[in-house]
Design a protein around this ligand. Structure first.
Ligand SMILES: NC(=O)c1ccc[n+]([C@@H]2O[C@H](COP(=O)([O-])OP(=O)(O)OC[C@H]3O[C@@H](n4cnc5c(N)ncnc54)[C@H](OP(=O)(O)O)[C@@H]3O)[C@@H](O)[C@H]2O)c1
Length: 231
């Protein structure tokens, strides 16, 4: 089955952490990096995050720049990419209708979840105009997520983390491109999230990356690395 092009983008510390061990959403990006991520979002059809990031941070995932949103509209695209959450279990108090994920926009919203999410919650999310796809007994399958998005017209997806969902994208060979802003800081912590968490990849599952570019990115000393993953 065809699937969309998948671009993974993260901000991380020099030791590869996406957050501190406290998992409070530590600020890692610089102002120029946030502008770069905004341009990346403006260039895709959908932006996707994993369950813990979504439920803990309730991110808006919209394009912040008015000029970029207007450029999208001039090209006949929706003002913002589709927002996608891949969440195994959504509770009654998660994702309020007036929160940034559901209400920030205008944007279409897809939620992929499993049979662990109660039907009442699914109905509430649907009444908040989310398209809820229930798939899998414990976790939604990423192949199904990408196939469904492709069928909805999505050709390019930006996956923004966190480390658990990213590891599964890498494990199944579902990533085409990786960019990472490496901030001049070091967080440490064996339990802090990284670019690829989960149980670890087997040798046959390792992703072999091809370097596209590496640049000194900003005055703060941040570095931007960009790789592709040949299929
Ligand atoms: N610096 C950055 O660029 C950046 C970006 C995003 C997030 N973050 C940080 O990353 C941390 C969160 O990362 P995280 O690893 O804890 O969580 P995550 O990757 O955001 O979400 C993982 C959860 O998604 C659910 N899930 C549903 N379907 C899945 C599937 N097919 N494969 C894998 N997981 C699936 C699982 O829930 P169940 O276990 O219940 O099944 C899993 O635990 C936060 O600290 C956040 O601030 C940083």
């Amino acid at each position: 089955m065809p699937r969309p092009h998948v671009h993974v983008n993260v901000a991380m510390s020099l030791d590869g952490k996406l957050d501190t061990a406290a998992r409070n959403g530590a600020p890692i990006s610089s102002v120029p990096d946030r502008a770069r991520v905004d341009r990346l979002r403006a260039g895709v059809d959908a932006v996707l995050v994993g369950g813990r990031t979504l439920l803990a941070e309730n991110p808006g995932l919209t394009v912040k720049s008015l000029a970029l949103r207007q450029e999208r509209k001039a090209l006949g695209q929706p003002e913002n990419p589709i927002k996608v959450g891949v969440v195994s279990e959504i509770g009654p108090d998660d994702l309020p209708a007036d929160g940034a994920f559901l209400a920030g926009g205008p944007a279409e919203v897809f939620l992929f979840t499993s049979g662990r999410t109660p039907r009442k919650v699914v109905a509430r999310l649907e009444s908040a105009r989310a398209r809820v796809v229930v798939n899998g007994k414990t976790r939604p399958k990423l192949e199904t997520v990408l196939e469904t998005l492709y069928q909805a017209g999505v050709r390019k997806v930006l996956v923004e983390g966190g480390g658990t969902i990213l590891a599964e994208f890498f494990r199944f060979g579902l990533v085409d491109e990786v960019s990472a802003y490496i901030a001049p800081c070091l967080f440490g912590g064996a339990t802090a999230p990284t670019l690829a968490d989960g149980p670890g990849l087997l040798p046959e599952e390792y992703s072999r990356l091809r370097l596209v570019s590496v640049e000194k990115f900003d005055e703060q000393g941040g570095i931007l690395v960009h790789y592709t993953i040949p299929s």
